[in-house]
Design a binder for this molecule. Structure first.
Ligand SMILES: *Cc1c(COP(=O)(O)O)cnc(C)c1O
Length: 377
């Protein structure tokens, strides 16, 4: 239990995480890809939702596997007694091989250096490491080029103590519904897999797709689907809202810290970019770009107060944001402000915020800093 003094020192800005909505989303996506295993992608601190509580909830809801990008996140999951396979979906440094072996993580391999380092670490530890070969079909981030896959396997497939459990790729343009490019990449992947098999290089598990493929392309589900953002209640693109329904998991809220009345022609905030035209009542909300509430929302975004929309005015600073409450009656210091989620009949979604800052939902959610307290409900 928290002591009263700790509660009051923690500040009013919190991200409320609805674990039951998250678990429902896991189940919805599992039903969408019934024949495949579900690998819940919970990288980047579970897109800002907290990797450990979300990892535990994902497994409880039936996710067969988890995916992260850093060894640190994988280790955290293991230290919290999560025993399902945990995939590292990004390349990692060869010097992290010992920790991967120690924590029994499933590595992505797309370089000989890493394969050799993992093999050595596994031999040293006296067991094997599961690895998935990453094929680059067009994202050009990392992965073995299809033309080089056979040569790569000739030099690495038989390294001791590596268990080549899977082979996979990641598409570049599925979220944008560029099916021509995606199908080309899919075919290239499948051709590579079969060329490798012809040479005796077998991989029991194939996988290619994140949320978009899970939602829209059952023909590409293969052995594992790897949804990320959809688990947190947002389809990668608004067109998919008609196909599947998922529930937002995060609500972001704060409280009014201070209220001020300003006469006409008063500049407000750093640089005085906003100037009042008429008499204005403004409120200070204790969140800023130091919390991951992006500066791009300056003079653009909105928050909910008293069930109404209040516009952000002036430049967002590290720790504070100003909103215009002139037309919202009876607002007092301490009143709840909702930055993400609903209040009364109004709702602000992460997609709205992403639109205001000309970005995507992933950045809105995953960009929220650790110092914003997460409360699990
Ligand atoms: C991030 C990621 C995913 C999940 O993508 P979403 O679009 O968030 O579902 C799947 N696979 C890999 C390799 C990833 O890096």
């Amino acid at each position: 239990m928290l002591q009263r003094s700790e509660i009051s020192s923690q500040g009013p800005t919190i991200a409320e995480i609805d674990l039951s909505a998250f678990k429902e989303n896991v189940k919805t996506l599992k039903l969408t890809a019934k024949k495949s295993m579900l690998l819940a992608v919970i990288k980047t601190n579970a897109y800002g939702h907290g990797v450990v509580p979300i990892g535990l909830a994902a497994v409880e809801a039936g996710a067969e596997r988890l995916g992260v990008t850093t060894v640190k996140e994988g280790a955290l999951l293991r230290e919290n007694d999560i025993s399902v396979p945990v995939h590292l979906l990004s390349a990692v440094m060869p010097e992290q091989a010992d920790e991967i072996a120690a924590k029994n993580l499933t590595a992505s391999v797309s370089s000989k250096e890493l394969a050799v380092a993992l093999s050595r670490a596994a031999v040293k530890k006296g067991n094997s490491i599961s690895v998935h070969l990453k094929i680059d079909t067009g994202l050009h981030r990392f992965g073995i080029e299809p033309d080089e896959a056979i040569a790569f396997c000739q030099s690495c497939y038989h390294l001791p103590n590596l268990h080549w459990e899977g082979i996979y790729t990641h598409f570049s343009s599925a979220d944008e519904a560029d099916w021509e490019t995606t199908e080309k990449q899919y075919k290239l992947f499948m051709r590579t897999v079969s060329k490798l098999a012809d040479q005796g290089f077998f991989f029991p598990i194939y996988h290619v797709g994140g949320s978009t493929i899970t939602i829209e392309r059952s023909d590409m589900h293969l052995d594992i689907v790897r949804p990320g953002i959809a688990l947190f209640g947002y389809q990668p693109d608004a067109r998919q809202e008609k196909i599947i329904s998922v529930k937002p998991v995060m609500k972001l809220k704060s409280k009014i810290l201070h209220i001020k009345e300003l006469p006409p022609k008063t500049p407000v905030g750093y640089g005085g970019e906003y100037v009042t035209e008429t008499t204005k009542k403004i409120a200070v909300v204790p969140i800023g770009h130091g919390d991951g509430y992006q500066r791009a929302l300056s003079n653009k975004g909105e928050m909910l107060v008293g069930g109404k929309r209040a516009k952000i005015i002036g430049t967002i600073s590290l720790d504070q944001t100003l909103i215009d409450i002139t037309n919202i009656p009876n607002v007092k210091v301490g009143d709840e402000v909702v930055l993400l989620g609903s209040q009364g009949d109004e709702m602000i979604s992460a997609r709205d915020i992403a639109g205001w800052m000309d970005s995507i939902v992933d950045e809105v959610l995953a960009g929220l800093m650790e110092r914003v307290r997460r409360v699990y409900v």
